[in-house]
Design a protein around this ligand. Structure first.
Ligand SMILES: Nc1ncnc2c1ncn2[C@@H]1O[C@H](COP(=O)(O)OP(=O)(O)O)[C@@H](O)[C@H]1O
Ligand SMILES: [Mg+2]
Length: 262
């Protein structure tokens, strides 16, 4: 799929002697919510950081919104990142700011004056309206003036998603977005993410550890094992045993090193 918003080809990356990404090839199309699965230590987070240009790669190609990430200039990288939303396990909200101000914070990278914008006085009428609209989209209009400490985990993650929507991303990378949430709040966050993928025709790559949720939400499932892609197909074609296999045998990239050390 050469016109996909997010493409990786034969990507290799290492930390010192630890070869973490061992030739990763994948693509995520428009209006596609792909779930990335794999045991802890198989390289998922490293891959996600590499896709976003936060991790240097040694070999291969990454193209995000038409921009080659490994060879991008600083200005191009900024542009590429502006079009890519990132959702973390820890919501990374600013504790001193209200939900509304945290959402305004989402445009920080794209406006001069940075944090002053969030303190409202310098934010344009248009930005303020958009921040309220983003909060509305995640169902939190009535929590605009609350600080993160006054919100539940699920609500905080929804504020983080509203902040990301402020960027108008084409690509969303979500690294274990529900790992800190209870099952009900986790499901609500997934429903929200997949609704946004549909409505805005985004490309979502989302890691999850719950195989049932992966099969329920993912249009495509991509499995990693020890730094390589072990599975990549439509969710409907994946048997439960294929998924279970991702968690057996040598799954971590540092497993052989650990064995030598033990
Ligand atoms: N910044 C880092 N420096 C050194 N090693 C790292 C770093 N980040 C991750 N690793 C190692 O890379 C391997 C893959 O980690 P990671 O990408 O976080 O996997 P996953 O997200 O699938 O759990 C692990 O062995 C981990 O210890
Ligand atoms: Mg991880």
């Amino acid at each position: 799929m050469t016109d996909a918003p997010l493409i990786a080809r034969d990507v290799h990356a290492s930390y010192g002697k630890l070869h973490v990404l061992r030739g990763i090839t994948l693509s995520v199309g428009s209006a596609e919510g792909a779930v990335l699965l794999g045991a802890n230590g198989c390289g998922k987070s490293t891959l996600m950081r590499a896709l976003n240009g936060l991790e240097r790669i040694e070999r291969g190609e990454i193209i995000a919104n038409g921009i080659s990430i490994p060879s991008a200039s600083r200005a191009q990288l900024r542009k590429a990142r502006a079009g890519m939303g990132y959702v973390f396990q820890q919501f990374n909200l600013v504790p001193q700011l209200t939900a509304y101000q945290n959402v305004l914070f989402g445009i920080m990278g794209q406006r001069p004056l940075g944090i002053l914008n969030c303190l409202n006085m310098f934010a344009s009428h248009e930005d303020r309206e958009r921040a309220l609209e983003c909060l509305h989209r995640v169902g939190l209009s009535d929590r605009a003036e609350h600080r993160p400490s006054e919100l539940s985990g699920g609500q905080q993650q929804r504020v983080a998603i509203a902040r990301m929507l402020m960027q108008s991303p084409r690509i969303v990378i979500a690294d274990e977005p529900i790992a800190s949430l209870d099952p009900k709040a986790g499901r609500e966050v997934l429903e929200l993410l997949w609704r946004i993928v549909d409505e805005d025709r985004l490309s979502l790559l989302c890691t999850l550890h719950q195989l049932d949720l992966a099969r329920e939400f993912g249009t495509r499932l991509i499995g990693m094992k020890a730094g390589r892609i072990a599975l990549d197909c439509p969710a409907a074609d994946v048997a439960r045993s294929d998924l279970d296999a991702l968690y057996h045998g040598q799954v971590r990239v540092d497993e052989t090193l650990e064995r030598t050390a033990a």
